[in-house]
Design a protein around this ligand. Structure first.
Ligand code: 5GP
Length: 177
């Protein structure tokens, strides 16, 4: 099989386009959560690792009080094919909090469905989903996405935190491998 780790991804969204879109998403979230207070801030739960750069930019575009914590979710083994099993690790207590689950890509929807179920079991005050990228053509498990950055084709995406075998996360743009 051809080794794709040496390929250069074709740009899909430039650094500037991503920056502007994330800024607008932060503004929209700030408007929608205008009622939160520092006693009861918006709680960003970030799915690692792919959403770490998106979340870092997003949180700096949000102007309402917020806190941030992380959940580790993995459905992909080595390579580009989902294993179909989602492994979820966290140490969160989110009971009574207004949650915004921050994800890199919604593909089949399985990962978000399972993370959401796990968070909902802790009885948060509310839960909304925010994803940088959405691949609607690949959806098998329905998820309700409140905030989506870009709709993308059913191709393999890398860059801006999103990897292929731990490569390409550092790219400032979003590309297709
Ligand atoms: P789902 O459970 O929705 O099928 O898959 C979601 C997860 O699979 C994402 O959080 C991401 O980690 C991974 N994933 C889905 N599509 C892609 C892709 O195009 N590129 C990369 N690098 N990961 C993807």
């Amino acid at each position: 099989m051809r080794d794709r780790t040496t390929n250069t991804p074709s740009p899909l969204f430039s650094e500037e386009t991503v920056k502007q879109r994330v800024r607008v998403m932060g503004q929209q979230i700030s408007e929608d959560y205008a009622g939160v207070t520092s006693d009861s801030p918006l709680f960003l739960v970030v799915a690692l690792k792919g959403a770490f750069i998106f979340a870092a930019d997003l949180v700096r575009s949000i102007t309402v009080p917020c806190r941030i914590d992380f959940i580790h979710a993995s459905s992909y083994g080595a390579g580009k094919t989902s294993s179909g099993n989602v492994s979820i690790r966290h140490n969160l207590d989110v009971t009574g909090h207004h949650l915004l689950l921050v994800e890199d890509i919604v593909d089949t929807g399985l990962t978000l469905q399972q993370i959401s179920a796990e968070l909902m079991a802790m009885q948060p005050a509310s839960l909304n989903i925010c994803t940088l990228l959405d691949k609607p053509e690949a959806r098998k498990y329905p998820v309700s996405v409140a905030y989506s950055g870009f709709t993308v084709p059913n191709a393999f995406i890398v860059g801006y935190g999103i990897d292929y075998n731990e490569r390409y996360r550092e790219l400032p743009f979003i590309g297709v491998l």
